[in-house]
Design a protein around this ligand. Structure first.
Ligand code: M6R
Length: 369
C-alpha cells in the first residue's frame, strides 16, 4: 500500500503533482474562468463580505497565512489568519458580513471545530477547506471546498498542504472574480499559471537528490533556522515545523526582516540557515533585501542553504548550497518552494533513525482541544 516507497510520507510527497491537478480539475473552464458553484454561498452574499478570518492549526495554519496575502491582494477584503486554538478565547469581532474560512485536512481537528462553532454562533458565515468527505468540520460549515489530495496517512502533512494552498488561491481568485477588482488581468493570468503548476511541482521533485544528500550531511546538527519574507515567511515556518516533528531538531522560522531585531544573535559558525528567496521579477525590493540578509548571515559564519528561482544569479556568490525552483508568480511560489523542505525533513528524519510516518508524541488528527 506504500506503492513501493519506504514511507507513506515519501509516497505522499511524490503524489503532489496529481493532488494539485486533481484539486484544480473541473474548477477552471476553457476560457480561464473559475467555476466554484460548489461553494454554495451565493455571489450576492460574497460581494457583501466585509472581512475574512481564517482559522486553522499547524500546517493548515501556514496555508492560511499564505492565503491572507493572496486574498488581500486580489480582493482588497481585510483578512486575518488566526490559530484556531486562540481564536474564540479572545472574543473576536464577528458578524454576518464576516466570512470565516476553516482549513483542515482531517476535518476533525477539535480546535478548528470549536473556532468555527464560535464563529457561527456569532452569525458569521463559515467556508471549510477540507480533505475528508463528510467529516465534522465541513458538516458543520455553511459551505465547503474539498481538496482532492486523497487520503493522507503520514502524520506530517505534505500533499494536503499543497492542495490547501490551491484551494485558498481558488477562493481568493474566485472572490476577486465575483467582486471585480483592478487586478482582473492579473487574476486571469494567475489562473492560467495555476493550471501549469502541477508540472512545475513534478520538475522540482525530479531534482531532489542534492537536497537529500545535503540533509544526510546535516544529521548531527542540533539547530536549523529558516528565513523567508512575504509568502516565503509561512514557507519558512512550514519548513521548520516539518523538521521539528520529523527530525526532532530545534528548528525555527523567521520573517527575514526580523533578523536584526533579535534572531541574528543566534547565528554562529556553520549553523545551517535555509533562506527562501522571492522571485526577482515580482516584488524585487524584497528580493534584494533577502539577498542582503543572506550576505549578513554568511558574514557571521552561517552555512546558507538558498532556495531561489532558476536564473536568479544574484544569490550564487552567497549560497553554500543552492536549491533551484521554477519561476512562478510571486504569490504561487509556496507551491514549489515547500517541496524541497518536505524532502529535506523526511531525509533528515531517516538519517537520524526516526520513525518517519509516526513521529513520537504526535497523532494524525488532534481530536481534543
Ligand atoms: O487535520 P488538520 O489539517 O486540521 O490538522 C492540523 C494540524 O494538526 C496538522 O497540520 C499538523 O500540524 C501536521 N502534523 C503537520 O505536519
Amino acid at each position: 500500500e506504500k506503492g513501493g516507497y519506504d514511507y507513506f510520507m515519501l509516497k505522499e510527497i511524490a503524489e503532489q503533482p496529481k493532488a494539485v491537478a486533481d484539486t484544480l480539475l473541473g474548477r477552471i473552464d476553457g476560457s480561464g474562468t473559475l467555476l466554484l458553484d460548489e461553494v454554495r454561498i451565493p455571489p450576492s452574499e460574497l460581494r457583501e463580505v466585509g472581512k475574512i478570518v481564517i482559522v486553522a492549526c499547524g500546517t493548515a495554519f501556514h496555508a492560511g497565512m499564505i492565503a491572507k496575502y493572496a486574498i488581500e491582494h486580489w480582493t482588497r477584503i481585510p483578512c486575518e489568519t488566526e490559530l484556531a486554538s486562540e481564536f474564540r478565547y479572545r472574543d473576536p469581532i464577528l458578524d454576518h458580513r464576516t466570512l470565516v474560512i476553516a482549513i483542515s485536512q482531517s476535518g476533525e481537528t477539535m480546535d478548528t471545530l470549536m473556532a468555527l462553532r464560535h464563529a457561527r454562533e456569532q452569525g458569521a458565515r463559515v467556508l471549510a477547506i477540507c480533505n475528508t468527505n463528510g467529516s465534522t468540520i465541513p458538516r458543520e460549515s455553511d459551505a465547503v471546498l474539498y481538496t482532492h489530495a486523497g487520503p493522507e496517512v503520514a502524520v506530517a502533512s505534505t500533499k494536503a498542504f499543497l492542495t490547501q494552498l490551491v484551494a485558498c488561491y481558488l477562493v481568493a481568485l474566485y472572490l476577486g472574480q465575483v467582486r471585480g477588482t483592478k487586478w482582473g488581468d492579473e487574476i486571469h493570468s494567475v489562473i492560467q499559471e495555476l493550471s501549469a503548476i502541477s508540472v512545475q511541482v513534478e520538475q522540482v521533485l525530479g531534482t531532489m537528490e542534492p537536497v537529500r544528500e545535503l540533509a544526510r550531511s546535516l544529521a548531527d546538527k542540533n539547530t536549523v533556522l529558516f528565513l523567508g519574507r512575504h509568502v516565503g515567511f509561512p514557507v519558512a515556518l512550514e519548513g521548520a515545523l516539518k523538521l521539528k516533528e520529523l527530525a526532532y531538531m530545534h528548528a525555527e522560522g523567521f520573517a527575514a526582516g526580523e533578523l536584526k531585531h533579535g534572531p541574528i544573535a543566534l547565528i554562529e559558525e556553520d549553523l545551517p540557515v535555509v533562506v527562501v528567496v522571492p522571485s526577482p521579477r515580482g516584488r524585487s525590493v524584497l528580493h534584494d533585501k533577502i539577498v542582503s540578509n543572506i550576505q549578513e548571515i554568511r558574514a557571521r559564519g552561517a552555512r546558507t542553504i538558498v532556495i531561489a528561482e532558476d536564473g536568479d544569479e544574484t544569490v550564487v556568490p552567497y549560497a553554500d548550497h543552492l536549491i533551484r525552483i521554477p519561476p512562478t508568480p510571486t504569490l504561487l511560489q509556496p507551491l514549489v518552494a515547500t517541496v524541497p523542505l518536505q524532502v529535506f525533513a523526511c531525509e533528515l528524519a531517516t538519517a537520524r533513525g526516526n520513525e518517519v510516518d509516526q513521529p513520537r508524541n504526535l497523532a494524525k488528527s488532534v481530536t481534543v482541544e
